[in-house]
Design a protein around this ligand. Structure first.
Ligand code: MRU
Length: 348
């Protein structure tokens, strides 16, 4: 098993795994520069909703540390600038904004303290965000696995494992817990075009865990369901809004429609840091657009004619009526989601 930590705070620096190079190479990068973290998030070297939030929190800490060492008077402006920089990296996963708001609040509460105390408070907060996510992943796995029947074959999309979180994953935590409980028969992994997070990352992680899995092209899911080979779809989320609509990797909505037609339960697994209670419905979720090259080229080889128009949203919206349950660390939420999610937010 290859040892890796997707993001770690090590001796006042951030060490992260460059996920763009997987599965060919496990390459870690060490940095004390928040701009490197911002680039890593933007370029998907660091990715997955919870992990983006964790990395951004450490990014704020790096900037504050540099300002303390170089010119402590600039700490407030450096923190504001860094939060703005990191907020602009990716628009859809709400965990990013949630984590930055926590960092902003901790700074506001400690801003009258000594510069060393401010820095300590920021480091502690970033580490708490990281550790809390680890615990949330474990709980999500436990609750999600309890929904699955014996000998279940699961279809999943994108990457929701250790590479995407501070722990052992969201949807993937459900899968690995079901495996530990001897309930899981097989996992089908959507390759997840255009950036192949399923093929490159989930297939790699499940192999390491010894979980039996089969990689499929995204357009095979319907046939798999028609043949009766899937008993449950389990996916993660980048943002869950007040009415229960879910933004997740593009292709998720299609799976939910297919699951409904084939009467297969469709589960979403995510921590409450993925909740955006202020947004009423999925229609208002900002959707990141990816560059044409990611569709027209593969590993530097051109697949489509130069100049062809491309539409490449990174995420889509699954309407709540297609979702059987949303599993968070706080419980299993079912329709009416508006009520269930509100209660869970209020008990936070
Ligand atoms: O573009 P990515 O790779 O960051 O997209 C990730 C996903 O869509 C995941 O399904 C989501 O973040 C949940 S991960 C725990």
């Amino acid at each position: 098993m290859t040892e890796f930590q997707p993001v770690a705070w090590v001796n006042g620096k951030v060490r992260y795994l460059d996920q763009r190079k997987l599965p060919a190479a496990v390459t870690h990068v060490e940095t004390d520069d928040e701009r490197v973290i911002a680039d890593a998030i933007r370029s998907l070297a660091i990715r997955g909703a919870p992990l983006i939030g964790i990395a951004a929190a450490y990014g704020v800490t790096l900037a504050a540390k540099k300002a303390r060492d170089e010119n402590p008077a600039t700490i407030p402006s450096v923190i504001n600038r860094t939060i703005a920089l990191l907020s602009g990296t990716r628009p859809t996963a709400v965990n990013l904004f949630w984590a930055l708001e926590r960092m902003q609040n901790v700074f506001a509460a400690s801003s009258k303290s000594s510069v060393d105390d401010i820095l300590d408070a920021l480091i502690r907060e970033a580490q708490s965000i990281h550790e809390e996510d680890e615990a949330m992943c474990r709980r999500i796995g436990e609750l999600g696995a309890s929904l699955l029947p014996n000998a279940v074959c699961v279809l999943t999309h994108c990457n929701t494992g250790r590479l995407a979180t501070g722990g052992n994953g969201t949807a993937q935590s459900v899968i690995s817990r079901a495996w530990e409980q001897h309930k899981l028969k097989h996992v089908y992994i959507d390759e997840t075009r255009p950036l192949l997070q399923g093929a490159r990352l989930t297939a790699w992680e499940l192999q390491q865990l010894g979980i039996p899995s089969t990689l499929i092209t995204d357009n095979t899911a319907a046939f798999l369901m028609q043949r009766g080979l899937v008993n449950a779809v389990v996916v993660g989320a980048d943002r869950i809004v007040a009415n229960g609509d879910v933004a997740n990797k593009v292709g998720t909505y299609g799976l939910a429609v297919l699951a409904k037609y084939h009467e297969i339960p469709f589960y979403v697994a995510a921590p409450t840091s993925t909740f955006d209670a202020k947004t009423k419905s999925g229609k208002s979720i900002p959707i990141e657009q990816r560059s044409a090259d990611e569709v027209t080229m593969l590993n530097g080889v051109r697949l489509a004619p130069e100049g062809v128009e491309v539409y490449s949203p990174a995420f889509d919206i699954t309407p709540h009526e297609l979702i059987s349950a949303i599993v968070t660390e706080k419980g299993v939420h079912t329709a009416p989601f508006e009520v269930s999610l509100k209660q869970s937010k209020e008990s936070a």
